[in-house]
Design a protein around this ligand. Structure first.
Ligand code: ZN
Length: 80
């Protein structure tokens, strides 16, 4: 008989947790939207988006390692 209330309590806790993760996922969704808007550097060769805050060494690395090109070839107009 002790098992039933214990199980119920567990289910309640799980429900609470589910609600919490739902809330959290909603929050991350709007965060993803913000991130999407912030992606305004796009590689001209493969169209891979980069955050506007991406430092030029990362862009140079992408250009050289992925395309064997210079940063100017992949990201024209992006300041170094
Ligand atoms: Zn690329």
């Amino acid at each position: 008989m002790l098992l039933i209330p214990h199980f119920r309590q567990g289910a309640k806790a799980a429900q609470k947790r589910e609600r919490n993760t739902d809330k959290a996922s909603k929050g991350s969704k709007s965060q993803a939207k913000v991130n999407e808007a912030a992606k305004s550097i796009v590689c001209g060769v493969c169209k891979q988006p980069f955050l506007i805050t991406t430092r030029s060494p990362a862009l140079i690395e992408h250009a050289e390692k992925k395309h064997s090109k210079t940063m100017e070839d992949c990201f024209p107009g992006v300041p170094k």
